[in-house]
Design a protein around this ligand. Structure first.
Ligand code: 7TS
Length: 407
């Protein structure tokens, strides 16, 4: 069991100053920091076990293969998949969604079909669908977001789920608004209409229990680096029958059952979708990240993040002229806001002078920003090691910034 006591000591990077102040890292929605256990798992792999997987009969190769396939089983258990074969390792959320859009979408969409998305999607759950729509003649349709509170307009869903809709891809948690979408209910409504579901779990995977069988989704995409894992690795969960029926999206070594000069046959999933030397070192570290988060307890992580999200919303709402986005009630571990008279980039730059890491901009949500009449927001996003005290430090810094700009 990992312990919440002295949790900050698990993350070596936090023990430093930025611009003469203790580092307050509030950019976790972009990427989380890594605990010593994950960093050590990565070094251990390269110090003891490194060899290419799946092809060698020597000791190191067998150990590396066991590590890689063990990580697959660990990730499968982390999201409660029915089998390790339902986990395809990818570079992250973006690649996972591109895989589904290109492979499933390319094989199953045709002119007249509709791809249903929401207005709060990250560009990585929008642009891949635009690309496949162009290729296949399908069109895009969007579930509206209701104003600054940032909730999906759920009553409109039944009207939007017409027989032309073949796939519904939506984010579990909005990286810009902090909205937590009712994923299981959305999947159930889509399933009743015979629609395939793709859940973008980039912002939920490290912050709450994510159970693909409880959610009953068809696909789920996530990144390791947003859940205490290292960069360059993530996964696509896919229902086995769907994955096995999908064509490959990249060709190369490792994904073939047989190759001839003119044609080839594919292995079943997941190998079919993992052409070339896979990222086994980072996969092993992702397994260690799963262990770390489960050690803390994912329900406990969710409670901690929700409390910080709520507290930040409350404390920041006292700052004159602030416009807070996202739900007033239950929200994820982040808060997003803007000022009419201070640009988000200035807010971030001033906060950095106080040692605080924030993010300012459109957060890869340009269409949503346009709808809300904004060019960007400032965002503070939390993880397991953040504290209420850091929210006070943030609020004090923001007050100084707005005072400076207002003279
Ligand atoms: N989907 C959501 C909801 C995200 O927040 C992000 C990244 C992605 C997909 C893409 O993940 P990637 O690991 O493949 O890049 N979001 C952010 C962010 O909010 N700030 O930086 C990256």
């Amino acid at each position: 069991m990992n312990s919440w006591k002295n949790i900050r000591d698990d993350f070596p990077i936090l023990n430093q100053e930025a611009n003469g102040h203790p580092l307050v890292y509030l950019d976790n929605a972009a990427t989380t920091q890594k605990p010593r256990a994950v960093i050590d798992a990565l070094s251990r792999f390269y110090e003891r076990d490194n060899a290419n997987v799946h092809r060698g009969l020597h000791t190191l190769s067998m150990r590396a293969t066991a590590g890689y396939e063990g990580a697959r089983a660990r990730v499968a258990a982390f999201v409660n998949a029915a089998a390790p074969e339902e986990i395809v390792f990818t570079r992250g959320t973006t690649e996972s969604i591109n895989l589904v859009a290109a492979s499933w979408g390319g094989a199953n969409l045709k002119p007249g079909d509709v791809i249903l998305l929401t207005e709060m999607e990250h560009h990585s759950n929008l642009v891949p669908w635009q690309l496949v729509a162009k290729r296949t003649g399908a069109t895009l349709r969007f579930v509206p977001v209701n104003g600054d509170e940032g909730l999906l307009d759920l009553p409109s869903l039944d009207r939007l789920l017409t027989p032309e809709v073949k796939v519904f891809a939506f984010t579990h948690v909005s990286n810009t608004l902090g909205t937590i979408n009712p994923a299981a209910a959305l999947c159930a409504r889509a399933r009743n209409a015979g629609v395939v579901t793709v859940v973008d779990a980039a912002q939920s995977i490290g912050h709450m229990p994510v159970d693909v069988r409880a959610m009953d989704c068809d696909f789920l995409a996530f990144s390791g680096h947003k859940m205490a894992g290292v960069t360059g690795i993530g996964a696509l969960y896919g229902r086995r029958a769907l994955l096995d029926a999908m064509p490959p999206w990249q060709g190369g070594g490792g994904m073939i059952a047989h190759v001839d000069f003119l044609e080839s046959r594919w292995k079943p999933a997941p190998e079919r979708f993992e052409a070339g030397t896979p990222n086994f070192g980072d996969a092993v570290a992702l397994g260690a990240a799963c262990d770390y988060l489960d050690g803390l307890g994912r329900a406990e992580i969710q409670r901690h993040g929700a409390a910080l999200g709520r507290r930040a919303y409350e404390v920041l709402s006292g700052i004159p002229g602030i416009r807070l986005l996202g739900p007033r009630g239950e929200r994820a571990a982040l808060v997003s806001f803007s000022f009419a008279d201070v640009h988000a980039h200035d807010v971030v730059t001033f906060a950095d002078q106080d040692g605080i890491a924030l993010r300012g901009g459109h957060h890869c949500n340009q269409p949503l920003m346009k709808k809300l009449g904004l060019t960007g927001t400032t965002r503070a996003s939390f993880f397991v090691y953040n504290t209420e005290k850091e929210i006070e430090v943030l609020a004090a810094s923001l007050r100084r910034t707005v005072k400076f700009f207002r003279g």
